[in-house]
Design a protein around this ligand. Structure first.
Ligand code: HEC
Ligand code: HEC
Length: 253
C-alpha cells in the first residue's frame, strides 16, 4: 500500500474540482500506434467479436427466431440513440436494465428462449456488435427521476474504499488520472469503448469484467457480473461519460 500510494502521490495531478469535470475518452490516453489500430477495422482485434456478434444476431435459434427478424438485417431497425442510453429504467422490474439484460428480455419474452448467463461469450458478443452499430452515438444515461436512487448508489460505491489497501475507484480515476501506475497511464475509467479488446490479456473485456480486474488489482473482493452492485456502478460510470461518443470496440493495454 505504501509503495502504491507513494507512487500515486509522486506523480499525482492537482485535484480537480468535481464541478470542473469534463469527460475524456480513454482513447485520448493511447499511443498513436494503438489509436491507429483502434480506428482501423482491419487491424482492430476487437472486430473478431463484432463479427461473432453479427453472426449470432442473424442466426436462427432453436425456436426458429432471430434478432434480425424484428430489428432488421444488419440491425438497421435498431434505435441506436437508445443503445447509447443504457442502463435504462425498466418499470416492470423497477430497476435499471443494462444492454445485456435487454438482450435477455428479448430472448425470453419475444423469442421463447431461456436467458443467457450474464457476461457469457454470447451476450458479450451481441453487446459488442450492438455497441459497434451505435458507434459515434452520444452517451446519454438518465440520472434523474426513477434512475436517481440507482445513480446515487453507484456514486456511493465509486467513492467507497475496498479491501485492505482501502482503495476506491475515484482515488485512481478522479484524483490521480493522468498519473502512471505500473506502466499504465491512469485514465478517467470511462466506459464508452466497452466491450474493449485488451492487448495484455488478448481478449475482449466486458465492463463488469473490467470492474473486477480493477478491484482485483488492489486485492479487493470483486462482485459478480450482473450483480446489483455492478449494475449501479455501470449507471454511475456510464452517466459520468454522458456526452462522450461510443467507440466500441476500443483497444486497451
Ligand atoms: C419478436 C421481436 C423481437 C426479437 C426477435 C428481438 N427483439 Fe429486441 N426488441 C424488440 C422490441 C419490441 C423492442 C423495444 C422494447 C421496448 O421498447 O421496451 C426491442 C428492443 C431491443 C433493443 C433496444 C434498442 C431498440 O431498438 O429499442 C435491443 C438492443 C434489442 N432489442 C436487441 C435484441 C437482440 C440482440 C435480439 C436477439 C437476441 C432481439 N432484440 C430480439 C423486439 C424483438
Ligand atoms: C489502483 C488504481 C485503480 C483503482 C482504485 C481502480 N482502477 Fe480502474 N483502472 C486502473 C488502471 C491502471 C486502468 C487501465 C488504464 C487503461 O485502460 O489504460 C483502469 C481502467 C478502468 C476502466 C477502463 C477505462 C478504459 O478507457 O478502457 C474502467 C471502466 C475502470 N477502470 C473502472 C474502475 C472502477 C469502477 C473502479 C472501482 C471499483 C476502479 N476502476 C478502480 C486503475 C484503477
Amino acid at each position: 500500500m505504501k509503495a502504491l500510494s507513494c507512487l500515486l502521490l509522486l506523480c499525482s495531478f492537482p485535484l480537480l474540482a468535481e464541478t470542473g469535470f469534463q469527460p475524456v475518452s480513454g482513447s485520448e490516453y493511447l499511443s498513436p500506434q494503438m489509436r491507429e489500430m483502434q480506428e482501423d477495422d482491419f487491424a482492430n482485434p476487437g472486430m473478431e467479436t463484432v463479427d461473432y456478434g453479427r453472426e449470432l444476431f442473424h442466426r436462427v435459434d432453436e425456436e426458429g427466431h432471430r434478432c434480425a427478424e424484428c430489428h432488421g438485417e444488419e440491425g438497421r431497425g435498431l434505435n441506436l440513440a437508445r443503445i447509447a442510453s443504457y442502463p435504462i429504467y425498466d418499470p416492470e422490474q423497477e430497476r435499471p436494465i443494462t444492454l445485456q439484460d435487454q438482450v435477455n428480455i428479448c430472448r425470453e419474452e419475444r423469442m421463447d428462449n431461456f436467458p443467457l448467463v450474464y457476461d457469457c461469450k454470447e451476450l458479450v458478443g451481441l453487446e459488442t456488435y450492438l455497441k459497434y452499430l451505435a458507434r459515434g452515438q452520444v452517451i446519454a444515461v438518465q440520472t434523474d427521476g426513477p434512475m436517481k436512487p440507482f445513480y446515487e448508489e453507484g456514486k456511493r460505491l465509486y467513492h467507497q474504499r475496498f479491501g485492505q489497501m482501502e482503495m476506491a475507484c475515484f482515488l485512481c480515476h478522479d484524483q490521480h488520472r493522468g498519473a502512471w501506475l505500473r506502466g499504465q497511464r491512469l485514465n478517467q475509467g470511462q466506459s464508452n469503448g466497452f466491450p474493449v479488446y485488451r492487448l495484455s490479456t488478448s481478449r475482449i473485456t466486458s465492463l463488469h469484467r473490467r470492474f473486477s480486474e480493477c478491484l482485483a488489482s488492489f486485492r479487493a473482493e470483486p462482485f459478480l457480473p450482473g450483480s446489483d452492485e455492478y449494475i449501479n456502478l455501470e449507471v454511475y460510470v456510464n452517466a459520468r461519460g454522458n456526452g462522450l461518443k461510443i467507440e466500441t470496440p476500443a483497444i486497451r493495454d
